[in-house]
Design a binder for this molecule. Sequence first.
Ligand code: NDP
Length: 317
Amino acid sequence: MKALVFGCTGQDGSLLSSSLLAQGYEVLGVSRSSNPNLEVHRRISILGKMEIRTADLCDFREILELITGFEPDEIYNLAAQSSVGLSFVQPLDTFNSIINGTINLLEVARFASYSGSIYFAGSSEIFGNTNAPAEATSPRNPRSPYAIAKDASYNAVQLYRQAYGLRCVTGILFNHESPYRSPNFVTRKIVDGAVRCSREKDYRLQLGNLTVSRDWGWAEEYIEAMQLIVRAPNLVDQVICTGRMETLEYFVFRVFQQLDLNWHEHVQLSDDLHRPSDIQKSVGNPKPMQQAHGWQAKHDVDGVIDRLIEATKSGNN
Ligand code: NDP
């Protein structure tokens, strides 16, 4: 079996490639860069085990050549400017990377009569505030350029499946973490900062709005869910989540508590770090994934925090 992975150098792309290689897949990864950052590949020991090509997901000819030349059974579209915060600063790059990249890929697949399966990495941000645990069919209210881009792409994937019969599907991912997450994400910032506080008495961690609530899971498990969704005989969009929601304040409290620290003594809150618009509550309903695929998250926020601290303390981050 062969898989083509866009965004193969990121957290999910690296873990997914590792999982596919372990199953005996031939994996072709794609990066925008001719000199990709392969730090995560090195850390998870897949460096040199797969080919990586340089291509622009928005370039029709490049993507056509990749698909017709490699003939993958599965395509994973994980490439994105993936930071919600940064999307407020760089909305055009965010829209372009997500919407144009996704539609270009779908259009190439349609043009080439591609008969394999395509997975799109959707985001829970499309729901905005969730009054009840969200499912794939729940009302949507995107509140950032990133969320708008993911929402439009989700619609496009549905359209290409329903109107053109492509085997394409969206896994709507709630937040998921690992030691391979980029350090500019708040969870990594909190864990790295707390460990630093435990070593440097005078260090103060700067954070923004701690009242927001999220549903946090463990990335390695979400990679398995993606594969279950894209390999199903009947493709159905699914939410990938734990079903447990906690505030960012709880996340901070528990990280510091696990290090025997009182967070109030080490954290400075700053209004400058608030986003122009933020989601207060975001939680998913794990039941549809459980019923359709027997998949259930094993680690919720507490397990995620314990593993992140362990990795940071041992220098594996
Ligand atoms: P990462 O940011 O770690 O990886 C995304 C990859 O996309 C990068 O490695 C990069 O590869 C490529 N990329 C970055 N910026 C751009 C850009 N402007 N244009 C095109 N490609 C770009 O993300 P994750 O692995 O965490 O997430 C994977 C996917 O899942 C993303 O689409 C993300 O939006 C989505 N998602 C993730 C969640 C999470 O909690 N992690 C939650 C919900 C959705 P390179 O530089 O090599 O081209």
